[in-house]
Design a protein around this ligand. Structure first.
Ligand SMILES: Nc1ncnc2c1ncn2[C@@H]1O[C@H](COP(=O)(O)OP(=O)(O)OP(=O)(O)O)[C@@H](O)[C@H]1O
Ligand SMILES: [Mg+2]
Length: 388
């Protein structure tokens, strides 16, 4: 997917703004608090169906306004695409693809795809399992819309089960519904486990390669998907058969833990506890990696995600780099800039000259919710001018 332009109205600190992009690297500069991250968030919203910061719809609407609109134009596999999301302070979000209203926001997944890298991504290595699961879920949802709906069903059932377990202490009759919830969680959970395991297996190989290149071959990076005992799969083979086998293993484990769950009032088994273990030279990175090692590992994972998604989708996702290049040393920065050639990227920084003007790319300046640019438009000549 190539993103040609994005139009924002009443989105975050933007009143009415339009930004046009080049097909290569687009460097977006601007002082603090001008709207650079908000612009990338709008792209994420369309690509992933949700804000990368996990913001609620009403928080993305400009203060004092009732609704916001984000529209992106671009092309995917040679076809023109217009996608749109309308957020409302009261009421549901509305999404459209080429003017046609979609019944579920998840259906937007895969029209444009994006991989985001920001300083907080060190949490991928250092943070808890939830950070790593969220990252997997965001990538796989863009590759398979069916995964996004399985995840939504799983999360709904999980929230319901937690309520039952908590309220069941006071009112045991509520526990009658527990087995139905458990059955659904095993069914959807098995799907999540199969596709996560398959994604991590492929990602691990690529991340190890990128990491080797980036660290000068000095260290090895391993990613290992960890799930419920007995429910392990490498995500190969026939999906329906493997998923059935994983579901059966989850059900067995669930039965073992049922009484403990009722007594403790918490969920003790299931796909909501999965993790990706990251090892650098066989040592768990979460506890032992240095700052530099954690940064290189996070970078390798992100660049590998982009490569893998490009291969699976047949087109490179847009790479969104928020404030990260200035944090990298010279060698790593050059590595990233070299590695991302051949696809589209949006790169933010504070000072206009901080990142060299990318050959064949564009430079945008964000100032108080207004965007100006220079550089070639898609299919157009190099020019300077206003976009808003
Ligand atoms: N719903 C909203 N309505 C109006 N303004 C908002 C809303 N949400 C956030 N803002 C404002 O948008 C401004 C720009 O935020 P953004 O995170 O995009 O800045 P930035 O250019 O990335 O800055 P930095 O370089 O510090 O990262 C902030 O001052 C923030 O208060
Ligand atoms: Mg920012």
């Amino acid at each position: 997917m190539i993103l040609e332009s994005i139009e924002l109205s009443n989105f975050r600190n933007y009143g009415a703004a339009r930004a046009e992009f080049s097909p290569g690297a687009n460097v977006i500069s601007g002082r603090n608090a001008q709207g650079k991250t908000n612009l990338l968030e709008a792209v994420c919203l369309l690509a992933r169906g949700r804000s990368h910061r996990g913001a609620r719809d009403r928080d993305m609407i400009r203060f004092g306004e009732d609704s916001a609109r984000v529209e992106a134009r671009g092309s995917a596999f040679g076809r023109e695409m217009v996608i749109e999301a309308r957020l409302r302070r009261a009421g549901r979000r509305e999404t459209r693809r080429n003017g046609v209203k979609l019944s579920r926001p998840g259906e937007l997944g895969g029209v444009i795809s994006a991989v985001m890298f920001e300083p907080e991504d060190l949490e991928l290595v250092r943070g808890g399992a939830a950070e790593r699961r969220a990252e997997l879920d965001a990538c796989i949802s863009q590759l398979r819309p069916g995964y996004a709906s399985a995840l939504a069903s799983f999360n709904r059932l999980y929230a319901g089960k937690l309520k039952i377990l908590r309220a069941g202490r006071e009112k045991p009759s509520l526990l009658g519904a527990l087995d139905d919830y458990n059955h659904g969680l095993c069914r959807y959970g098995a799907k999540l486990i199969f596709y996560r395991a398959s994604f991590v297996r492929k990602l691990a190989g690529r991340a190890a390669e990128v990491h080797r290149e980036c660290s000068g071959g000095e260290e090895t990076l391993e990613l290992i998907y960890r799930t419920e005992r007995g429910a392990e799969t490498d995500g190969r083979g026939s999906a329906p058969e493997e998923i059935r086998a994983v579901a059966a293993a989850l059900e067995a484990r669930q039965k073992e833990r049922r009484e403990h769950e009722i007594v403790s009032g918490t969920c003790l088994t299931g796909a909501q506890r999965d993790d990706v273990e990251i090892l650098i030279d066989k040592i768990p990175a979460r506890a032992f990696a240095s700052q530099g090692q954690a940064r290189t590992a996070a970078l390798a994972v992100k660049l590998a995600e982009r490569e893998l998604m490009a291969e699976e989708l047949g087109e490179a996702p847009v790479l969104l780099l928020d404030d990260v290049l200035s944090e990298l040393d010279e060698t790593r920065r050059e590595f990233v800039l070299r590695k991302i050639r051949g696809g589209q990227s949006l790169i933010t920084c504070c000072e206009p000259g901080e990142i060299p003007f990318p050959e064949g790319g564009g430079a945008l300046r964000v100032e108080n919710g207004a965007v100006t640019r220079r550089g070639p438009r898609i299919g157009g000549a190099r020019e300077a001018g206003e976009c808003t």
